[in-house]
Write a protein that binds this ligand. Structure first.
Ligand SMILES: *Cc1c(COP(=O)(O)O)cnc(C)c1O
Length: 383
């Protein structure tokens, strides 16, 4: 989700993600908010950071919000706070952004790869059970399961929670693409034991640099997360009670986030309108994204699936319409992760999706005319 976020503006083209159009809406407020930080000079963990944490907590109902320096750092911090490390299995999908598997690997834990469901692209509970069996046979201790709320919609937390409980595991929700979405009426942020999100600029709720946050209802976990965020600092700055890192959020990014939070609900509604229009226009031509019953999506991506994926991408490219493939190389096939365990039966859905998925331009400012061009081009390619 990174390459086109900051591409220069070309008015003749359809933008994959359009942050400049958002600036037309809130740019003046944003510039003033940034100027206030420059004036007060409290650049790290300033008043904007406290306010952003309070607003994020109010939004999803989580008891604690711990902002941090990126989505990847958020995941690492969560695993550090729960003392996950060598000998521990952390169950992750392979059909996701690298950071999901990278975080446990950084800490010496073993990512164990789980297949995904063919319609919603998120963690397959049956494959999870098979992966837990493989981990036990390998002598690993099942510690944590990390469902990814891929492309903006929640993973299926209820069956995953049942399996986790059966094996004494806790759940770390990777909501990097999906903060703002709901699972059966509950906002992401309160669906897992710890939820991690990212404010990378191209995510549905982004800032103008790197940033992230952690959500939990657990007082002890929250206390440890706040220690980990500042080098394991205890009661005073000269006392280190655990190993930590530099994980803080900064005030300029928090100021940007606050302005974006103010229009987030409107933008989510606009993203949903774009997705509904794509659904209607593309129905029957390609497999359109499925949102699980009772759940909502914030549409980080609008991802279609077709055996003719490469032809569709080439046709769109010829017409100046950008697309992206998330993700063309599953993590378990990448060099650092190739030797790691996977669920028995392999990851056939993941491997097929890598060949067939294509993400189309989606953002709150995509005009119906631009969308019609995209829809017509996809239909031409598969005709
Ligand atoms: C973006 C992303 C991350 C990492 O977030 P950063 O802020 O870029 O570190 C982790 N997991 C998923 C699924 C993501 O899409």
């Amino acid at each position: 989700m990174r390459d086109t976020a900051t591409a220069p503006l070309d008015l003749s083209a359809v933008a994959f993600i359009d942050l400049q159009a958002q600036r037309a809406r809130i740019g003046a407020r944003m510039d003033a908010a940034i100027a206030r930080v420059l004036a007060h000079g409290g650049f790290i963990m300033g008043p904007e950071v406290a306010e952003a944490e309070k607003k994020l907590a109010a939004r999803c109902g989580a008891k604690h919000v711990i902002s941090c320096s990126s989505g990847t750092t958020a995941i690492v911090m969560a695993l550090m706070a729960r003392e996950v490390g060598r000998g521990d299995a952390v169950f992750v999908p392979s059909f996701t952004f690298t950071a999901t598997a990278e975080a446990p690997a950084i800490l010496g834990a073993t990512p164990v790869f789980v297949d995904v469901l063919p319609d919603t692209f998120d963690l397959d509970p049956l494959s999870l059970e098979r992966a837990v069996a493989v981990a036990r046979q390998t002598g690993l201790r099942p510690a944590c399961v990390m469902p990814v709320d891929l492309f903006g919609q929640p993973a299926d937390y209820d069956p995953i929670r049942a399996i986790a409980a059966q094996h004494g595991m806790w759940i770390l929700g990777d909501a990097a693409q999906s903060f703002g979405a709901h699972y059966k009426g509950k906002p992401l942020g309160v669906c897992a034991d710890i939820t991690a999100t990212s404010f990378y600029p191209s995510k549905p709720l982004g800032c103008y640099g790197d940033g992230g946050a952690l959500f939990t209802d657990d007082d002890e976990v929250a206390r440890r997360l706040r220690q980990v965020r500042v080098h394991g600092q205890g009661a005073d700055r000269n006392e280190n009670v655990r190993v930590g890192l530099t994980g803080r959020f900064d005030s300029i990014q928090a100021a940007v986030l606050l302005e974006k939070l103010a229009i987030f609900d409107a933008e989510i509604a606009e993203r949903n309108a774009v997705a509904a229009r794509y659904d209607a226009g593309l129905m029957g031509a390609v497999m359109t994204p499925v949102v699980r019953a009772g759940c909502t999506s914030v549409w980080a991506q609008y991802t279609i699936c077709s055996p003719r994926r490469d032809r569709i991408a080439a046709t769109l490219q010829a017409q100046g319409i950008p697309t992206n493939i998330f993700y063309p190389k599953p993590i378990h096939t990448q060099a650092p992760y190739r030797a790691l365990p996977v669920a028995s039966g392999g990851l056939p859905v993941t491997e097929r999706l890598a060949q067939q998925v294509l993400s189309l331009p989606i953002h709150p400012y995509l005009s119906p005319e631009a969308q019609d061009r995209v829809i017509a081009a996809v239909r031409t390619a598969v005709a």
